[in-house]
Ligand binder design. Structure first.
Ligand code: FAD
Ligand code: NAG
Ligand code: NAG
Ligand code: NAG
Length: 620
């Protein structure tokens, strides 16, 4: 085991041998997630490098999506100027301090051409000076013992020229680019999404079968259905519409034209069948999609849906993670449907190997079919969370936070739930956490924390914890689902006393007197974001997603917080405070800034501004 390490050391000494190159952080892959990690490492001045096998950033988008129309929304106008808020509706940009590095400035289309994203990613890398080493294909990744390294080992990587790199911390941002090809007899008769012809002429008058039911399968159907005789689409499970599931990886409206031609009986059709019972057979230049011999007696079923043969079969069954870069037998995979992803912990670390982390779409096993972590608008935030976790673990830098008197907590929460984009996109996954001081008088506020790590918050952030309040955005538990009627007339409520039945995205607050334990986290029911808290509050959903109504949103929230801290948390104009101070023995805490401690709401211009912009200074 020590052999490679020795080689590496010798290489340093012997000037003629090729030295091995060391970095604290190695990121593999310069797609959007690798660039996002590079940005954070660069901004902290860390010793890092990003390896990219191709000669440019974002090369995935040179080929995909094949028909070149992104499915991430590019909303240039929101009626607001707040850049944080606007990111809620800009699904393509990465995070940076540069206000010009936004995809909204690269394309006017709601669903931009993939070339616009490519141009953007190139600019992002060059303008921000992210250190990418192009034309470097990494392979043979394995760990080697190193007693001085914090994890007891380092990672050793090779490129195509057999140059060796040694990395203390490895971040895999290699995406999901290996086509999923099921072990089905005759599958080689199908053309793959990744190489199929895009010329509609090639499908003129053809009868086409598409294997797959996801966005790429429907993207193909949309691209060719004007030319074909008909298209049949087959997959294991029913179609899942993103508008019914709130999961952006499910079928998006921008791709779903074939649903119309199916339901209006215009020859196209969708059906469900497990591919494991089926085979593809070529006869007389046609491809038959049929049952395995033992599973089928033709004379008994003369009306089966797929009895006619096809001219063309297209396979669009998604992508899996490429683990051939590792020098080990196998990489553990996610559970159930997420088995195409590598299995990782909630800190984005491989379950197999300490000190190796995943960023980007490869980290999506954590929130597959739940949240947005597989897409740019989600993983730009999980990459930031990963970087913050790394900063504490390897550099001793605490998770960023700010501390305010508890009288200001209401204002902070109202501001965040109305503008924050990370907790909005990564709903039910990233949440804000307010940590109360031991005496309960002040609150330390952490943004966008991976909420399923809350039981380990002190170890993960370096912040001491007594009582905590988690602020998470959630959809209603019973609302979403492929079969649910999401347009039913009682789908939304405006009634604050019914807030817990809210179906659309709304803030949910979980208060714990003591941090929940690991057992509590494990034992929670699968639908719940967090275990049963000591106090729970739902802020009622809102049609405009502005949780600023005095009576419906703010008053019930204030009552909830008052109940937790056992204090009057009203906010006052300074005249009111003055008046109260002159007429009462005790004054509300929010007046304290003027009359006692000198650092309250009215003394802090930032909070004052945010509070007044949400109407907070009115006495309730
Ligand atoms: C058909 C399709 C369409 C999609 N459309 C969208 C969309 O519109 N919007 C959206 O947000 N998401 C979309 N996605 C999801 C998409 O995969 C991600 O958003 C995004 O590309 C993933 O970014 P990433 O950085 O994690 O991985 P990638 O973009 O795949 O980047 C990985 C990089 O790693 C490099 N690499 C891989 N292996 C090695 C190696 N061994 N050595 C060196 N370099 C290596 C690759 O060359 C690549 O540049 C789509 C996915 C598919 C399959
Ligand atoms: C694993 O490492 C051994 C020894 O360095 C090498 O011979 C082998 O080719 C490597 N395998 C892979 C898949 O990289
Ligand atoms: C061992 O790890 C330390 C700390 O990460 C690093 O500085 C050193 O270069 C490593 N040594 C080798 C031979 O990889
Ligand atoms: C969801 O449905 C279950 C079972 O029907 C029910 O017990 C529960 O109260 C519902 N939850 C909400 C929030 O409506």
């Amino acid at each position: 085991m020590l052999f490679p390490l020795l080689l590496c050391l010798l290489a340093f000494i012997a000037p003629l041998a090729r030295s091995c190159i060391y970095h604290d952080y190695c990121v593999v892959g310069a797609g959007p997630s690798g660039l996002q990690m590079g940005y954070f490492l660069e901004s902290k001045g860390r010793d890092y490098v990003v390896f990219e096998r191709s000669n440019s950033a974002g090369s995935f988008y040179e080929t995909y999506p094949r028909h070149r129309k992104l499915i991430s929304i590019n909303k240039r106008h929101t009626g607001q100027v707040n850049p944080e808020f606007n990111l809620r509706h800009d699904w393509n940009s990465l995070l940076s301090h540069d206000p010009d590095l936004l995809v909204t400035k690269y394309s006017k289309e709601m669903f931009p051409h993939a070339d616009a994203l490519l141009r953007y990613l190139k600019d992002y890398q060059t303008k921000l000076g992210i250190k990418v080493q192009f034309n470097t294909k990494v392979h043979n990744i394995h760990s080697v013992p190193n007693a001085t390294a914090p994890d007891g080992h380092v990672y050793r990587l090779q490129d195509q020229t057999d140059q060796v790199y040694v990395c203390r911390t490895l971040i895999m941002a290699t995406g999901m680019a290996t086509p999923n090809i099921p072990p089905m007899k005759g599958i080689e008769l199908a053309e793959g999404y990744e190489t199929m012809s895009l010329d509609p002429e090639d499908y003129e008058g053809k009868t086409v079968l598409i294997l797959g039911r996801g966005n790429s399968a429907f993207e193909v159907a949309n691209g060719i259905y004007g030319a074909t005789n008909l298209i049949h689409m087959v997959a294991r499970s029913r179609v899942r519409l993103a508008w019914a599931t709130h999961y952006v990886g499910d079928l998006r409206a921008v791709n779903n034209e074939l649903l119309d031609t199916y339901q209006l009986k215009s020859l196209d059709g969708l059906l469900e069948s497990s591919l494991s019972h089926m085979v593809l057979v070529k006869r007389d230049d046609k491809i038959h999609f049929t049952y395995k011999a033992n599973d089928f007696t033709p004379d008994r079923f003369d009306n089966i849906a797929l009895r006619e043969p096809y001219d063309v079969v297209i396979r669009a069954l998604g992508f899996t993670f490429d683990d051939t870069v590792f020098n080990q037998t196998a990489v553990s995979r996610g559970k159930f449907r997420a088995k195409k992803y590598p299995a990782i912990k909630h800190n984005y670390e491989s379950v197999d190997s300490t000190g190796m982390f995943y960023a980007g779409t490869a980290s999506h096993s954590l929130d597959f079919r739940k949240s947005a972590g597989g897409f740019i608008h989600g993983f730009r935030y999980t990459a930031r969370a990963l970087h913050r976790l790394l900063e504490w673990r390897y550099e001793g830098v605490r998770w960023p936070s700010f501390t305010v008197p508890r009288s200001q907590l209401l204002n902070v929460i109202v501001k965040r739930v109305n503008e924050a984009s990370g907790t909005y996109q990564m709903f039910q996954v990233l949440g804000d956490v307010a940590v109360f001081s031991e005496d309960g008088l002040s609150v330390t506020y952490l943004e966008e924390f991976p909420i399923h790590l809350i039981h380990e918050l002190p170890q993960r952030t370096g912040i001491q914890v007594f009582s905590v309040l988690a602020v998470v955005l959630e959809y209603g538990q019973n609302f979403s689902g492929p079969g649910n009627d999401i347009f039913r007339s009682d789908r939304a409520t405006g009634e604050p006393s019914e807030a817990h039945t809210s179906n659309f995205l709304h803030p949910v607050l979980y208060f714990y007197k003591n941090l929940p334990t690991e057992e509590m986290m494990q034992a929670r029911d699968r639908k719940s974001t967090l275990p049963r808290p000591d106090a729970l509050h739902h802020v009622v959903e809102d049609f405009t997603t502005q949780f600023t109504a005095q009576h419906s949103h703010i008053l019930p929230l204030r009552r909830f917080l008052e109940n937790i801290v056992q204090q009057d948390l009203r906010a006052f104009f300074s005249e009111s405070c003055f008046q109260l101070a002159m007429t009462h023995a005790e004054i509300p805490e929010a007046c304290g800034s003027q009359y006692m401690a000198g650092h309250g709401l009215l003394g802090n211009p930032d909070l004052l501004q945010s509070a007044s912009s949400t109407g907070m200074l009115n006495v309730l």
